[in-house]
Design a binder for this molecule. Structure first.
Ligand SMILES: Nc1ncnc2c1ncn2[C@@H]1O[C@H](COP(=O)(O)OP(=O)(O)O)[C@@H](O)[C@H]1O
Ligand SMILES: O=C(O)[C@@H](O)C(=O)COP(=O)(O)O
Length: 421
C-alpha cells in the first residue's frame, strides 16, 4: 500500500476513493478500522471511513489515530486526512484537533490544508472558501443541519480549532507551479507554521500542490487535493497505470433511494425525482418522534412501490429543519432520521433489495454501519465525487452509491442505475 487515508465521513471517503481510482490507484474503502484479517487485496490506496465529523473532538482524535496506526502497520508511505470540501466542522473541531494529533503521531513538521474541489465548484482564494459563486458563509452551507459554516476565512476557522500556528500559501505562489509551492512550504516551516491553508482555483493548481507535497508525511483536504498525489508514486516507479471501470456488475435485486440530506443539491434532486413521477415517501421527523411512522411502514412503502426505484426522503428546506430542530433538538432530530433510514435499509436488504443510493454523509454512515458492510471496491463514476461501489465483507454483496449532500446533477436519482449491469 502506498497511500493511507482517513476520511471523516462515508460519502467523503467514497469521493476520495473515486478520485484516487480515477488517477490510477487501485483503491479500497473500508467502513471503520478493518477487523483483523481484512483483505485489502493488492490495493495501492486504502481509505478508512470514519463517522467522526461531528462527534466530540477527543473521540475523533482517538479514532483517527487508531486508523492511522492500522494504515501505517499495513504499509502506508503517506497519510491523507480527508474532510469536506466545504470544511464542515464545529467551532471546536474536528479538523484542527485531528490534524494536530496526526502530525504529532508522525513527528511531522508541516502539513497543508486544502478543501478545494474545482470540478464541484469549491475554490480557495486568499484563504477564503467559495462554493460556486458565493463565499462559504453566504452559500447554503450557512444553514447545514449539523455544521453551519458562517465564516469563509479558512485560516480563521482552522486557527480557532488548533493551537498549532496556521499560515497561508496564496494563489500568487501556487500559480507559479510546484517548485514555487515547495519553496513556500519550506518558508512556512522556517517561520514556525505547522499547517498552511493553500489556495487552489483549478486542477492545475491542485496538481502543482500535489507534486510539492511529495515528501509531506501528512496531507489534508478534500478529494481535489488528492488529484496530484498518485503521480508522485508513479514518478517514483511505485505505481502502474490502471483503467477505471465504466459499468459495474451489480448483484441482482431491487433498488431504493434513501435521502437524509437537506443540502441544496439533494433537495433539487428530490424535487426533480418527485416532479418526474418517481414513487416517493416523505419522512416527517416529528412523526418518527411520536412513533406514528416507523421502519415497518416505510419499508412496506418501498416494497409495494411500482415503477423505477422508489425514493424515501427526509430532505427539507432550512425553515422546516429549523422548526423540527426547535422541537426535537438538532442532534436528536438528526439521530432519529438516521436511525429510521438505517432500519429501513436493513429491513429492505433482508427482503431482497441489493441496490442502494443513499444521499447524505451522516445518513450514509448510519445506513452502511447498520448493513454491516466492511468495505467497498470502487466502481464507475456517476457524477464527480459519487462512485458506484460493491460491498466487501461477509454479508451478501450489495451495490451502493453514497452521495455527498451537495454533489450530483439534478437527475442523479434517475440516471445512476444506467451504470449498473
Ligand atoms: N427534516 C429534517 N429535519 C431535521 N434534521 C434532518 C431532517 N432530514 C434529515 N435530517 C438530518 O440532517 C443531517 C444531514 O446530514 P447528512 O446526512 O450528512 O447530509 P449532508 O451530506 O447533506 O450533509 C442528518 O443527521 C439527518 O438525519
Ligand atoms: O468533500 C466533499 O464535499 C464531500 O466528499 C463530503 O465530504 C461531503 O460531505 P456530506 O455533504 O456530509 O456528504
Amino acid at each position: 500500500m502506498l497511500l493511507g487515508a482517513i476520511a471523516d465521513d462515508l460519502t467523503g471517503a467514497s469521493d476520495l476513493a473515486l478520485m484516487l481510482s480515477r488517477e490510477g490507484m487501485k483503491t479500497v474503502q473500508t467502513v471503520g478500522i478493518p477487523p483483523a484479517g481484512f483483505d485489502a487485496g493488492a490495493a495501492d490506496a486504502v481509505v478508512v471511513s470514519l463517522k467522526s465529523r461531528t462527534i466530540p473532538a477527543a473521540e475523533a482524535v482517538e479514532q483517527s489515530l487508531a486508523a492511522a496506526e492500522w494504515l501505517l502497520a499495513t504499509g502506508a508511505r503517506q497519510l491523507f486526512f480527508k474532510y469536506c470540501s466545504t470544511f464542515d466542522s464545529t467551532p471546536v473541531g474536528n479538523i484542527g484537533p485531528v490534524t494536530e494529533a496526526l502530525l504529532g503521531r508522525l513527528g511531522a513538521g508541516l502539513t497543508l490544508a486544502c478543501p478545494a474541489f474545482p470540478t464541484n465548484r469549491r475554490t480557495v482564494y486568499l484563504g477564503y472558501l467559495f462554493v460556486g459563486d458565493e463565499l462559504l458563509s453566504e452559500s447554503p452551507m450557512k444553514d447545514h443541519p449539523l455544521t453551519p459554516m458562517r465564516d469563509p476565512s479558512l485560516v480563521r476557522v482552522l486557527q480557532a480549532q488548533t493551537t498549532l500556528p496556521v499560515g497561508l500559501v496564496a494563489h500568487e505562489r501556487v500559480r507559479r507551479g510546484a517548485d514555487a509551492v515547495a519553496a513556500a512550504f519550506s518558508q512556512a516551516e522556517r517561520a514556525g507554521q505547522r499547517i498552511v491553508i493553500v489556495d487552489a482555483i483549478d486542477d492545475t493548481d491542485l496538481r502543482a500542490i500535489g507534486t510539492a507535497a511529495r515528501d509531506m508525511a501528512l496531507v489534508t483536504g478534500g478529494s481535489g487535493i488528492a488529484i496530484g498525489l498518485p503521480e508522485n508514486f508513479r514518478r517514483a516507479g511505485l505505481l502502474a497505470a490502471a483503467a477505471p471501470s465504466a459499468r459495474m456488475v451489480a448483484p441482482p435485486g431491487r433498488a431504493v433511494i434513501l435521502a437524509g440530506s437537506c443540502s441544496a443539491a439533494t433537495r433539487k434532486q428530490v424535487a426533480t425525482a418527485v416532479a418526474s413521477g418517481t414513487a416517493a415517501l416523505r419522512i416527517d421527523p416529528l412523526a418518527v418522534a411520536s412513533g406514528s411512522l416507523g421502519v415497518e411502514e416505510v419499508a412496506a412503502f418501498a416494497e409495494t412501490a411500482t415503477g423505477g426505484p422508489p425514493l424515501i426522503y427526509a430532505s427539507a428546506d432550512p425553515a422546516e429543519v429549523a422548526a423540527v430542530q426547535e422541537k426535537l433538538g438538532r442532534e436528536h432530530a438528526g439521530a432519529l432520521v438516521e436511525g429510521l433510514m438505517a432500519g429501513v435499509a436493513c429491513r429492505l436488504a433482508e427482503r431482497g433489495f441489493t441496490r442502494f443510493l443513499v444521499a447524505g454523509g451522516e445518513t450514509s454512515g448510519a445506513v452502511v454501519q447498520a448493513l454491516g458492510v466492511e468495505g467497498f471496491a470502487i466502481g464507475p463514476e456517476i457524477d464527480p465525487g459519487v462512485p458506484w461501489m460493491l460491498s466487501l465483507g461477509a454479508g451478501r454483496p450489495l451495490a451502493l452509491a453514497l452521495k455527498s449532500g451537495n454533489f450530483g446533477a439534478p437527475d442523479i436519482f434517475a440516471k445512476a442505475w444506467d451504470l449498473l449491469a
